[in-house]
Design a protein around this ligand. Sequence first.
Ligand code: SIN
Length: 303
Amino acid sequence: MVKDLHVTLSGVELQNPVIPASGTFGFGQEFRPYYDINMLGSISFKGTTREARFGNPTPRIAECPAGMLNSVGLQNPGVDHVIAEELPRLREVFHQPIMANISGFSVEDYVTAVEKLTQEEQVALLEINISCPNVRHGGMAFGTSPEAAAEITGAVKRVATKPVYMKLSPNVTDIVSIAKACEDAGADGLSLINTLLGMRIDLKRRKPVLANIMGGYSGPGIFPVALRMVYQVTGAVKIPVIGMGGISSARDVLEMMMAGAKAVEVGAANLVDPCACKTIIETLPQEMEKLGIERLTDITRVE
Ligand code: SIN
């Protein structure tokens, strides 16, 4: 059963729409013992900042019945190390387009990291995270105001030579207004949603489970929220949207694409089953067959 899984994002062709979400796949190496990562559509690597970051104090993970909370705090080795060490190692084993996920705490932070990563040959797409809920300054603060989102988008677009996808926060009343602000400021596409701000309390200690008190909720529990937001945003903008939030099966991929997404990212599922993306890609043709779908690009937005 041969099915056409190709999708295109701003002129960048992917062999299939499945992209491990930033922060759930490192820089790919940890997953190599489990399968040939070259089968993925792309990889969105760990959110990279201008300087190296140690991240938040532990505990920074809390399990929940239908997902998990994280308050990692953008731990990463910094853009120079990523370019010198991680990208060359990844290049040896991964020959598909790479998506560079970039975070920052000021406009200058974003611009500096983009200026460097946009020059990397295998980096085909830039995903600008304006939605991290786990840092006090920057992060989500940029993604919860249309003006700030537009400012970062405009600044990054001025230096980027690759398509710019702004990664949006669901922790807003009106995600459509943020999406439109990014589109108007020149974004080539959007990624949504990042995690939902949440919290757990340890009953015995009567204290928050997470050292940072709150964290970002991800996993199957957020799928209907993500789907709703992707549907609303794709109905309001013309630029492509990458849908994410709780995707854990091929059927979820098809549902997200029917909501309007051109490709998808798989996040928390990688932490439950390291082969989640492999299984999704391998079972997509069977699920398409059951639904009479020949090409993924044939899936039209349901009205
Ligand atoms: C983190 O590193 O805190 C997670 C990144 C994010 O949610 O944007």
